[in-house]
Design a protein around this ligand. Structure first.
Ligand SMILES: C[S@@+](CC[C@H](N)C(=O)[O-])C[C@H]1O[C@@H](n2cnc3c(N)ncnc32)[C@H](O)[C@@H]1O
Length: 495
């Protein structure tokens, strides 16, 4: 256990939750992908556990370690109970995270240090409970679940603990180890557990009409001395996302400097103590310039970065992003298992809150195919997901301050800019077109649909000449579980 930090850097607290016992709660905003805790574990041999542990209360707190031993994440022993306010503080929470079907915390085992590392999967708000996913074989009746009744018990598996912890390694046999590594480390393309679908080469922009544009918020700064202040403010504001990383921050035209702010749906609220104008929307190029001609054309809209790289070439993936994608795929598969007994077509789509700052979505979106129950032929999983994102955007608060928002209300902003859709089946042509129109960043799927798919099965819509957006397509490459290979879907169906 040497070298394993046991701090609680996010200052989470523990309190009673009706029907669950104690639970772990956020004391402040915890951004996505933050390490919440590194818990050392106490390891029992399987024999010790069978003979003693399993007959005690510890049974509720132990889980399978990778080598067959049973582990207890330490924390209980160091919790300090305050009788005055009836809460616990100052200790580790390793064993106290409750279970949720939609967890906001994921974990990985660091076997070299006998630790478990708990990481937030999305932004967690103050006083929100932090939960992990224990697995399908629960030994208690969970409360606070969206669809308790449809939880599948796995008959082929002993009820022997938190099986999802045990299966961290097994679920992704061909994946490079994600353990004990730094989130920012790049991963070789060949080591990724998915295969990119390479779109045919894009024709370079040759005329001004070829340039793909999007709307971004900008503000004019008349007094040069405010530029540094505004840049500092922008860094701290949380508005910056990767969506604008191919553009220069400042455009100078005569005495006026214009600062590019963000691609949010609504105009950002600017600091009160700096004299600048109101934010307004400007059309900016969607992609970096790959050739000198393209750079010249794009610079007429907004100063653009020159990167002589082919557009279809995938970006470098880091371990942190891969961990985020693996969590999303694991969640998708759990929902798929449930959907298979629901009477609907078992097609599931999931749009997680984006990794780091690649896009802007306050909460993850899960959608199922509902065309059977609704008797509506267009209720496909991907379309349902897009619709849910639209509904979410519609109720987002509008911090306007005297700015005209009519453009937003007319739908000028794209729904999926910077976002990733994970889906069980390759989307059909209609759904692919809708994803393209929504400006999705990436689409991952488990099963190809060679007869009906729009991402390369029947046709590859984003590779067609004349479409005004391209997105990345990848097929999750893994051994499907026995009996799991397209068991229920007719290949003629539009997924
Ligand atoms: C590892 S402990 C979690 C901490 C526990 N709540 C406590 O007070 O010590 C696991 C136990 O918490 C309870 N639990 C966890 N998640 C729950 C949920 N979603 N609904 C009801 N009980 C839950 C169950 O009793 C389970 O055996």
């Amino acid at each position: 256990m040497a070298g394993c930090p046991t701090t609680n850097p996010q200052q989470c607290h523990v309190k009673q939750v009706k029907g669950k016992g104690r639970g772990v709660f956020a004391s402040r905003v915890i951004p996505a992908q933050t390490i919440i805790e590194t818990s050392p574990v106490l390891l029992f041999t399987r024999d010790e556990y069978e003979a003693h542990g399993k007959h005690t209360l510890l049974d509720h707190y132990t889980f399978n370690w990778r080598d067959g031993r049973m582990a207890l994440a330490l924390g209980l022993g160091v919790l300090l109970f305050s009788p005055t306010n009836q809460s616990y503080a100052g200790g580790d929470q390793g064993s106290l995270f409750n279970h949720s079907e939609c967890p906001n915390v994921s974990y990985s085992i660091d076997a070299t240090r006998d630790c478990i590392i708990y990481t937030s999967t999305r932004t967690i708000n103050p006083d929100e409970e932090l939960c992990i996913f224990y697995g399908h074989s629960l030994w208690f009746d969970p409360i606070g679940m969206p669809n308790n009744t449809s939880l599948l018990a796995r008959s082929d598996q002993e009820l022997d603990g938190w099986d999802s912890l045990a299966s961290i390694q097994g679920n992704h046999p061909d994946m490079p180890s994600l353990l004990g590594s730094v989130d920012g480390d790049a991963i070789d393309e060949g080591d990724l557990p998915f295969t990119w679908k390479k779109l045919s080469l894009d024709k370079e922009e040759e005329t001004i009409n070829d340039v793909e544009l999007m709307q971004a918020w900008a503000v004019d700064i008349l007094d040069q001395k405010h530029i540094a202040t505004m840049l500092k403010w922008l860094k701290r504001s949380g508005l910056e996302t990767d969506a604008l990383s191919h553009l220069k921050r400042i455009r100078r035209q005569g005495p006026t400097s214009t600062l590019l702010l963000c691609t949010s749906l609504h105009p950002p609220v600017l600091p009160d103590d700096v004299v600048v104008g109101a934010p307004y929307q400007v059309p900016v190029p969607c992609n970096p310039a790959l050739t000198h001609t393209s750079l010249h054309l794009k610079n007429t809209y907004w100063p653009t970065v020159f990167t002589p790289r082919r557009k279809w070439e995938p970006e470098k993936w880091t371990r942190g992003k891969l961990r985020w994608a693996c969590d999303a795929i694991a969640f998708l598969k759990r929902e798929y298992h449930k959907a298979r007994s629901s009477g609907e077509l078992p097609i599931v789509a999931f749009v997680p809150t984006p990794y780091a700052k690649e896009g802007d979505l306050p909460q993850s979106i899960l959608a199922h195919d509902t065309r059977t129950s609704t008797r509506h032929p267009l209720r496909h999983a991907a379309l349902n997901a897009i619709r849910k994102v639209a509904d979410l955007r519609a109720v987002q608060p509008t911090p306007t301050r005297g700015v005209d928002v009519s453009q937003n209300q007319s739908g000028a902003q794209y729904l999926l800019t910077g976002l990733t859709l994970f889906t069980t089946h390759e989307p059909c042509i209609m759904c692919t077109m809708a994803l393209l129109h929504s400006r999705v960043k990436e689409v991952f799927y488990l099963y190809s649909m060679p007869k009906t798919g729009g991402c390369g099965g029947a046709v590859c819509v984003p590779a067609l000449e004349g479409v005004n957006h391209r997105f990345t397509i990848a097929i999750w490459r893994e051994e499907h579980e026995a009996g799991d290979t397209l068991p229920t879907l007719d290949p003629e169906i539009d997924a």
